[in-house]
Ligand binder design. Structure first.
Ligand SMILES: [Fe+2]
Length: 231
């Protein structure tokens, strides 16, 4: 099977854009936030690529979820909730058939897993949730909180960050949340305004963002997954 290329991701995103534009915009921001956090921590280039493509594709399974469920303003019925919760598995099947790498498939399948085992689809233990998945999970939640919903206004960056920090101990990876807390505001604002959503090597962040480049924390990704439970 041929290895998927960046242009394949473009094609998939174009389909998502046409049928689920809000989801496509969310995916682009989550990819950009994830890559910025990885840059901030000085993570290796291979991880950045996995985060880029995994972030861009993490919600493609929502193509299989009826649009009226995605945009429903009120509470979902149990059946609707089940249909929504199936999106990681739908996405995994689609991306697997297209031949995407295992690291990207992990992000698609597991981005709703949680540190305390309360996530889905598998209720995974924290120790087996890959680091890349933990990064996308936090950025996914951050983008959801800072985006308007039919039933509430968007939270401010500060409100979203402190809400995630309060929840970090049980549901989200504290290491990723602390990275989010220390990411310069200019970077988060640039992503929110669509300035950093490109993944092509020739795409560069705006001058203002380049000026806020942060010191990489190269040791962070070497922490063994088991250690996270002690945080
Ligand atoms: Fe999702």
């Amino acid at each position: 099977m041929p290895i998927p290329l960046a242009r394949d991701v473009d094609t998939i995103l174009a389909g998502l854009e046409a049928r689920r534009p809000a989801v496509a915009a969310h995916c682009r921001r989550v990819a950009a936030y994830s890559v910025q956090l990885a840059n901030h921590y000085g993570l290796p280039a291979e991880m950045l690529d996995t985060l880029r493509f995994g972030g861009l594709l993490h919600d493609i399974g929502k193509l299989m979820v009826p649009a009226h469920i995605l945009s429903k303003p009120g509470r979902l019925t149990e059946q609707e909730w089940k249909a929504l919760q199936a999106h990681p598995e739908h996405g995994f099947e689609m991306a697997d058939q297209l031949g995407f790498a295992p690291g990207i498939l992990d992000i698609i399948l597991y981005h709703h897993e949680r540190n305390d085992g309360s996530g889905y689809p598998d209720g995974l233990d924290v120790n087996v949730i890959p680091w890349t998945v933990r990064i996308v999970s936090v950025m996914d939640a951050f983008d959801a909180l800072t985006s308007p919903r039919t039933y509430r206004e968007a939270l401010s960056v500060d409100a979203a960050r402190s809400l995630l920090a309060r929840e970090a101990a049980d549901r989200y990876c504290p290491w990723v949340v602390s990275g989010l807390m220390s990411l310069p505001r200019t970077i988060l604002d640039a992503v929110a305004h669509g300035e950093l959503d490109r993944y092509r090597p020739d795409a560069r962040p705006s001058e203002a963002v380049m000026q806020t480049a942060t010191t990489p924390w190269t040791a962070a990704y070497l922490v063994e997954p088991g250690q996270i439970t002690a945080w």
